[in-house]
Design a protein around this ligand. Structure first.
Ligand code: 6PG
Length: 249
């Protein structure tokens, strides 16, 4: 089951997502002593990261108990402007002075990307206390975005990673980008306790309508593969992206 929450604009969406992040982090830390989160790349979550590290929110979470991961990474060095890690480091991790022992980035600058994917798998297993050869563990929260082509994380339409059933992380060539990406796979995404998909902008309205209200076609619209086994999936969308949804507000 998924829920769709609509907001007037990206600022309102970002404020709501920030509030949910804080509440989920506090709850996980109270219950289990820590909070594991996989951050989204792309531009939409940037404002959420800024708000989280702002004076209004930085004291709301015990940041030393947060384990930071990423849903996907582009094949660039960590200081490259396209790096998903780099963006989160600049606006969230550096301002909060998060200790590097809590930051588990995907080392996509490696020459051997298969090795980088395996290493990230092992890091997830180690930090989340899971058997590396066993079923995927549950992140407390996974933040995702959606591209206008229906991709999420680096699960692009018709790409190799979509049918993956066993591996938690894959490195694959995305023909439409002419580039490789490293991404979490559907089996681990769907183990998450909580998933929030952040979608803003008029260019995503038709796709969002097809994804949420059209027939199931996950090869073409990979974000439809996001369906947590027992966790909660909430879409946070702005009015521009929601413009073609028929469902009630
Ligand atoms: C990436 C992302 C990707 C992103 C969407 C939406 O590395 O590109 O993780 O899945 O979330 O492309 O991106 P925007 O927020 O920039 O629209």
């Amino acid at each position: 089951m998924s829920e769709v929450r609509r907001f007037a604009d990206i600022e309102a969406l970002s404020r709501a997502a920030t509030g949910e992040f804080v509440a989920l982090a506090r709850d996980a830390i109270d219950r289990r002593g820590r909070f594991s989160v996989a951050l989204a790349g792309g531009s939409t979550p940037r404002r959420v990261y800024e708000l989280l590290s702002s004076p209004d929110h930085r004291a709301a979470v015990d940041w030393d108990r947060v384990e930071f991961f990423w849903g996907d990474e582009r094949v660039v060095p960590p200081d490259h402007p396209d790096s998903n890690y780099g963006m989160a480091f600049a606006v969230l991790l550096a301002p909060l002075a998060v200790p590097s022992s809590r930051v588990h980035r995907i080392k996509a600058e490696r020459l051997d990307l298969e090795e980088a994917a395996r290493e990230y798998h092992m890091e997830i297993a180690r930090v989340l206390g899971a058997e590396a050869a066993g079923p995927p563990p549950a992140f407390d929260l996974i933040l995702l975005g959606m591209g206008a082509d229906g991709h999420t994380a680096s699960l692009f339409p018709y790409s190799e990673a979509l049918p993956e059933r066993r591996r938690w992380v894959v490195s694959h060539y995305v023909a439409r980008l002419g580039a490789r990406r490293i991404t979490l796979t559907p089996p681990i995404l769907n183990r998450a306790r909580e998933i929030r998909v952040l979608v803003a902008g008029a260019d995503k309205a038709s796709t969002l309508h097809e994804v949420l209200e059209g027939p199931r076609d996950p090869e073409r619209l990979p974000v439809q593969l996001v369906a947590p086994e027992s966790g909660r999936l909430v879409w946070l969308v702005d009015q521009a992206a929601a413009a073609k949804l028929h469902g009630t507000a």
